[in-house]
Ligand binder design. Structure first.
Ligand code: GDP
Ligand code: ZN
Length: 468
């Protein structure tokens, strides 16, 4: 249980494993590190100064020369005492350095002040930073998202979340919510006051403004989730309509196998690309015939997987062949696929006709037409995909967010809506209203990880002149 050992000093290689120009060993400890520093270097380090020093093994043999930096608590990334050793980036050397730190810190021989170090768990430095109030939860999550960002837009918006863009939005909402709760709780505590009091205190417009601000933040967070997780798109359609060709055209590379033989794409082939900075995970399905149409075991498996992918996709491109349109057998098979898509619960289905280069017939009303061969219509399809996802161009205001944040924001909105219904219902008990507002507050606090009852109490007594 890692939570039981948060008092331990920890160490880890902070740089990526493998060879590199520089490798950094980082130590974070709730206890002061002067003893360890002295044992390692035989001297003290001036706080927050870079010292160029020899790194030696236990026998005093030189391992490397590098930089040592000491950040005494609380002025460090984790809020604890931190020691950073920057050496050359050789894996063997860095292992020796880690081992040297671990054994130097062991309490067997050395002074009692030496802490017992252990290797850090994943994310443990960031978790300590959060526990010590250096970051809130959304910022801690943004650290991970910044490191994992797959597009420039995702990296920039993770960085904005880390800088507090999301946290500040939540904080502003919480402030308004606390004011409103304080009003309602005060009314509860003083029974001679009643709903008129809430009316005078403009509880209703306050709640309306709060809901509006929440809706705006939800919209931004939704964009943030798109930026982080991207859009899952499935290419569906009969064999030979050009699915593989379209995947290749969108990816700009010859990845999927394109052949004139129906059913060649045996399995799903996925490709990750970007549209306007938004990650797009696109899957080319095996020809969507129904299972009974084919005897091949491998192909059947591929088809089953395709239907599963369709149910989970944010958008489905239903690709058809303009050249074969009007042929009874072809149209009947398309109709079966359309029915299958509806049955599978596909969210957004874009009807797209391919091979527009073959004839001048315009596509049916409301459908897109394109040619993977000439490239005509591809840009329009990209725009339609962004539109279908509700994605906006990654702008200054976006910050990275996660599905968990959206869930919490939705829960908050639900409680606020319930609160509004109670305010509007004549004779509804104030306790229920107070309860919905408390639940909304908790849901918001879950996002940043710091809902506390004390905070609310302080606010109530700080803002209200009870003796009046
Ligand atoms: P899939 O089975 O749906 O993946 O279809 P493919 O991408 O393998 O393409 C089937 C055939 O249609 C190939 O011979 C392609 O060259 C051809 N094809 C694909 N797109 C177009 C297009 O826009 N115009 C024309 N004329 N042929 C196309
Ligand atoms: Zn194919």
């Amino acid at each position: 249980n890692p939570l039981a050992t948060l008092d331990d000093p920890i160490l880890a290689l902070a740089t990526a494993p493998g060879r590199g120009a520089i490798g950094i060993v980082r130590i974070s400890s709730p206890q002061p590190l002067e003893g360890l520093i002295h044992a390692l270097f035989g001297q003290a380090l001036q706080p927050r100064h870079a010292h160029y020093l020899p790194f030696r093994d236990a026998a005093g043999q030189l391992l490397d020369q590098g930089l040592a930096l000491h950040f005494p608590a609380p002025h460090s990334a984790t809020g604890e005492h931190v020691l950073e050793l920057q050496a050359h980036g050789g894996p063997v050397l860095l292992d020796l350095l880690l081992a040297r730190c671990l054994e130097t810190a062991a309490p067997a021989e050395g002074p009692a002040a030496l802490p017992r170090l252990r290797l850090a768990d994943p994310g443990e430095f960031t978790r300590r930073a959060w526990l010590n109030g250096k970051l809130d939860l959304t910022q801690a999550e943004a650290v991970a998202d910044l490191i994992d960002a797959s597009t420039e837009a995702a990296a920039r918006s993770a960085s904005r979340a880390l800088a507090g863009a999301f946290s500040q939005g939540i904080a502003a909402l919480r402030e308004r919510l606390i004011e409103l709760r304080a009003l309602v709780e005060a009314t509860l505590d003083f029974p001679e006051e009643d709903l008129d009091f809430l009316e005078q205190a403009r509880a209703r417009p306050r709640l309306a403004a709060l809901e509006e601000a929440l809706a705006a933040l939800r919209a931004r967070a939704r964009q943030g989730v798109l930026l982080r997780d991207g859009l899952r798109v499935v290419l569906a359609g009969q064999p030979n309509v050009g699915k593989s060709s379209l995947l290749n055209a969108l990816a700009g590379a010859e990845r999927a196998i394109v052949t004139p033989i129906p059913g060649t794409t045996r399995d799903s082939i996925s490709e990750s690309l970007q549209i306007g900075g938004l990650p797009l995970h696109i899957t080319d399905t095996a020809g969507l015939r129904r299972d009974e149409d084919t005897a091949d075991e491998v192909e059947r498996l591929g088809i089953a997987r395709s239907w599963a992918a369709i149910a989970e996709a944010d958008a489905v491109i239903f690709l058809r062949d303009l050249g074969r349109r009007g042929q009874p057998e072809y149209d009947a098979a398309d109709a079966r696929i359309a029915a299958g898509l509806a049955e599978a619960g596909a969210h957004t289905v874009l009807a797209v006709w391919n091979k527009a280069d073959l004839l001048d017939t315009p596509p049916p009303e409301g459908a897109l037409s394109l040619s993977t061969r000439s490239g005509a219509g591809l840009e329009a399809l990209r725009q339609r995909l962004l539109q279908a996802a509700g994605a906006q161009p990654a702008g200054e205001g976006s910050f990275i967010a996660r599905a968990r944040h959206l869930d919490a924001l939705a829960a908050t909105a639900g409680h606020l809506a319930a609160a509004r219904a109670l305010l509007d219902a004549p004779g509804a008990p104030l306790e229920l209203l107070a309860e919905e507002l408390r639940a909304a507050h908790d849901a918001l606090g879950a996002i940043t990880g710091h809902t506390t009852a004390d905070e609310l109490l302080g606010e109530i007594f700080g803002r209200f002149c009870i003796g009046k």
